[in-house]
Write a protein of this length. Structure first.
Lengths: 242, 242
DNA sequence: TGGGGCCCTTGACGGCCATCAACAAAAACT
DNA sequence: AGTTTTTGTTGATGGCCGTCAAGGGCCCCA
């Protein structure tokens, strides 16, 4: 267990200055409500590898990302797991749990050094009661999540491993990819093969072999945790199975 | 194509007498709002095999089930498809589509003779604006749906075909199963092997072989569209992979 | 009564991927 | 430094399930 200072308190960020606030969910809040949010939230810093919350733990509130990213994963009793979603700055998680006030059905594992604010359940309840638009925003978000989950379900049943690896790579490119001087996309993964395999529900060895196959097909090059996507179009073709 | 009278209008049922209304979503409505709902909804009858709505069709509103059942399925460009959910009387579908006001991401195929009411989008909007509790009910429903989808995603990646067949059978038992005089559960399927295979994203032949295997293991007996689950405990054991 | 679809079944074969095993490489610990 | 532990790679093997091909039961219709 390579965990360090789990969720250390940091000097609270002000919600007024938070770029996350202007985007996405919280945009509908009034100035007074932002103040209320600002006083109630708790900010904490997390290191890669630690859990933001664990499966079956009670939900304390909604987590709002100032910076960083986590992987949402669900695990069964045999140690098998799947990637549910990748969450990064500007996003919010925990609303599913809030609405049926149960326990987390999945684990949130921190991938990069992250700064994340927690809005406690009771404060969230106040805000929702005071401002119905906020509830609508969360509804829209959940409807979108459902749509993406349906797509993921379809692809996980139909696509072979090669396609599912490609799907994960595209997701990662959106968050961790950086353009190169030669036009290639450099992808510095926040995790190794082992975890990549777990996220896909496949074996470590299969990840190695699949990446080798993609490399000899000229789609990408890989050494350790660094991937270089050479032929983006070809990679996207892997996914056009729709 | 065995389709008949697609969505024939029937004499409108009154919402006041509808048992569906008292359960689930609409319970939070006031008497006046029920009247509003009653005047606006349109009732139609559907026969097995016809679509309630098709993938990529625009969403007209929320469908409320007075009786019958449909399968929600999503199909890709290669003809592969997966079962997203089974919906039957007392339930409602279409809220996902309402909240992001796009097109249906999946098809709803009628399984049994069904009577289904349509609540148009604009009326739904009025009700949601007038009664915030209704929005909360839908939020809770979507949060629950998300939870179930995550479980389905995990199982579709983890479980072998045998387990996924068992999962489908348990779902079907909840809706179509009837207890026997000898304590067995008789399951009269509303569809054949072909469709069962499509719902699971597998092949017809594999369904046959899997059911045969379950039969020789003493879990069930099958002839045509009739299944008899002999050893319920054993079937449930198939699923305790959590 | 026979014929033509349609769906289901059964068998044979092959490919994909999990599993096992051995080793290399890197990281963590003493 | 050396040792142990974790992680990554490579090869061999086998099982599961998709695919292809052939045959059987059932219904509809002439």
């Amino acid at each position: 267990m390579a965990q360090q200072n789990a969720g250390n308190r940091t000097p609270n960020l002000s919600c007024r200055d938070c770029p996350t606030l202007r985007a996405a969910q919280w945009r509908v809040l009034t100035q007074a409500e932002v103040e209320r949010l600002d006083r109630a939230k708790r900010t904490a810093a997390y290191s890669p590898g630690e859990p933001l919350f664990q499966q079956n733990s009670p939900c304390e509130g909604i987590h709002c990302f100032a910076s960083g990213s986590v992987a949402l994963r669900k695990t069964d009793g045999h140690g098998n797991s799947v990637l549910i979603n990748l969450i990064s700055e500007g996003s919010t998680i925990g609303y599913r749990c809030y609405y049926n006030s149960q326990h987390h059905a999945e684990e949130a594992e921190v991938l990069e050094p992250s700064t994340i604010c927690l809005v406690p359940n009771n404060v969230l309840g106040e805000l929702l009661a005071a401002n119905p638009s906020l509830g609508e925003v969360f509804s829209q978000q959940m409807a979108k999540d459902l749509r993406e989950m349906e797509q993921a379900l379809l692809e996980s049943v139909t696509l072979p491993v090669r396609g599912r690896v490609a799907r994960l790579l595209r997701l990662l490119m959106d968050r961790f990819g950086e353009a190169n001087e030669t036009g290639e996309i450099v992808l510095r993964l926040p995790f190794g093969r082992q975890e990549m395999a777990e996220l896909l529900g496949i074996q470590r060895e299969t990840v190695t072999r699949t990446l080798n196959a993609l490399q000899s097909d000229g789609v990408l090059a890989h050494t350790g945790r660094t991937l270089i996507v050479e032929d983006l179009d070809r990679l996207l073709d892997e996914l056009e199975a729709e």
